[in-house]
Design a protein around this ligand. Structure first.
Ligand code: ATP
Ligand code: MG
Length: 415
């Protein structure tokens, strides 16, 4: 038999086949477990939101909003967008559902698919998965350190080595004014030499120029936010570093690390891994003390991060994954097949995984299938067994076989 199709998955999307799914599920289980140990509560949000939410919250001048969103109109002419990141939806949910009434401090996590219209390449897809954590209500640097630790713990539990932490502080609207003025005057004469994006950023979002990969060399003497921090921001950054030290977390201060929008404040951090090539960022985050106010809420500090699970999966140690099965039924005739089916269902009720042939295949083919399925035990039933009210129970590892009464408790007792 041959199968053919002209269809392929769309560029930038990924098919995850059964064996690979085992790795994904294990990774997701580790993430969930760790997030719960940190008392983050899970939230799930819709695949699309109104485009306006991202324009406002992610920010008009970001690459995401400028170039990467999958935006479409519904039949009523409303502009909708497939979510490119999680924070906007988390903040929307927090405000819309009045979650601020549930306590001054709220800790959330999510595992969600994200969509960005980017050039597909290793580690960069158009549909990808992230896990993220957001803590709303605390201005404390302790929370920033706790967030960092939670992500590092996940990497450790996944047995991924070599992820490095970069940190920085970008100050607050108070100290940023002075910084932006100095930065702009430094950049002014260099502009003709800088890339198109940086020229655009100059008027919209100048801090982001520090983040430009193309112009890195040309702006290496630029002023950095760290040099302009006000006393409050300075103290916050010192505390953040001392908490990281206290937790035994190594970090590198990268004074060029920024997030470009006014509502990002103080702490920023990223996790990088050299093994990923040019897509070396595994995750990133920071504080956004001004965002919730900007989105219509009261003055509420917050902090969070997002990690790309697809990139983590590229870093996971290779391990061969196999499915297995507790029981496979080998039946000599259709009546035995029906009787065995009942036993399998009783075993499933007890928590065992079971399967059987449904195509009247030969005994040999049924045994071959049991092998292919990695069955631990085979239950064999034929006319003799039915007459005697027994089954043959074969342990596939040991190759041993014994006769057991056709009784679910007795069968389980023999395992
Ligand atoms: P990059 O600089 O690689 O484009 P980013 O700054 O756009 O990353 P964030 O918006 O901070 O990334 O998202 C957090 C994480 O999500 C990234 O560190 C990365 O692991 C993952 N991520 C972002 N975009 C993609 C993508 N297109 N495909 C796969 N993973 C992605
Ligand atoms: Mg990006």
């Amino acid at each position: 038999m041959s199968f053919k199709t002209n269809f392929q998955n769309v560029k930038g999307t990924k098919d995850i086949l059964p064996e690979e799914s085992i790795r994904w599920r294990k990774a997701e289980d580790i993430i969930r477990k760790k997030m719960m140990q940190y008392n983050f509560r899970e939230i799930r949000f819709p695949t699309f939101e109104s485009t306006e939410l991202f324009r406002k919250s992610t920010g008009e001048s970001t690459d995401i909003v400028k170039k990467e969103m999958f935006t479409f109109e519904d039949m009523g002419g409303r502009s909708l967008t497939l979510k490119p990141e999680g924070t906007p939806s988390v903040v929307r949910m927090f405000l819309q559902h009045g979650l601020f009434n549930k306590g001054v401090l709220q800790k959330f996590y999510y595992i969600e698919r994200m969509f960005r219209q980017e050039k597909p390449q290793k580690g960069r897809y158009r549909e990808f998965r992230q896990f993220g954590a957001e803590v709303i209500g605390s201005a404390s640097a302790e929370i920033d350190a706790e967030l960092v630790k939670s992500a590092l713990d996940v990497f450790e539990d996944l047995n991924i080595e070599g992820i490095k932490l970069n940190i920085n502080s970008i100050g607050c609207p108070v100290c940023r004014k002075d910084f932006i003025r100095k930065l702009k005057s430094f950049l002014k004469e260099k502009l003709p030499d800088l890339c198109e994006d940086c020229n655009r950023r100059y008027s919209e979002n100048p801090m982001r120029i520090l983040d430009c990969k193309k112009d890195k060399e040309k702006i290496k003497n630029a002023p950095f936010p760290l040099d302009f921090l006000c006393d409050d921001c300075k103290e916050h950054f010192e505390k953040f570093k001392s908490y990281l030290d206290y937790l035994g977390i190594k970090f590198n201060i990268d004074s060029g690390l920024v997030r470009g929008l006014d509502y990002y404040t103080k702490t920023v951090f990223e996790f990088v891994h050299p093994g990923l090539g040019s897509q070396n960022e595994v995750g990133g985050g920071g504080r956004y003390d001004e965002l919730i106010g900007f989105m219509g809420g009261g003055d509420t500090p917050a902090s969070g991060y997002a990690v790309g699970i697809d990139r983590l999966m590229l870093l996971l140690p290779e391990e061969e994954e196999k499915y297995d099965l507790d029981f496979y039924l080998v039946a000599f005739d259709s009546e035995s097949g029906l009787l065995g089916w009942k036993i399998l269902n009783e075993l499933r009720d007890k928590g065992y995984s079971c399967d059987k042939d449904t195509m009247n295949r030969s005994i040999k083919a049924q045994f071959r299938e049991a092998d292919r399925q990695n069955a631990k035990w085979v239950i064999i039933i034929g006319e003799d067994e039915r007459d005697k009210g027994v089954i043959q129970l074969k342990n596939m590892d040991k190759g041993e076989q014994k006769e057991v009464p056709m009784d679910i408790e007795k069968i389980i007792g023999e395992l």
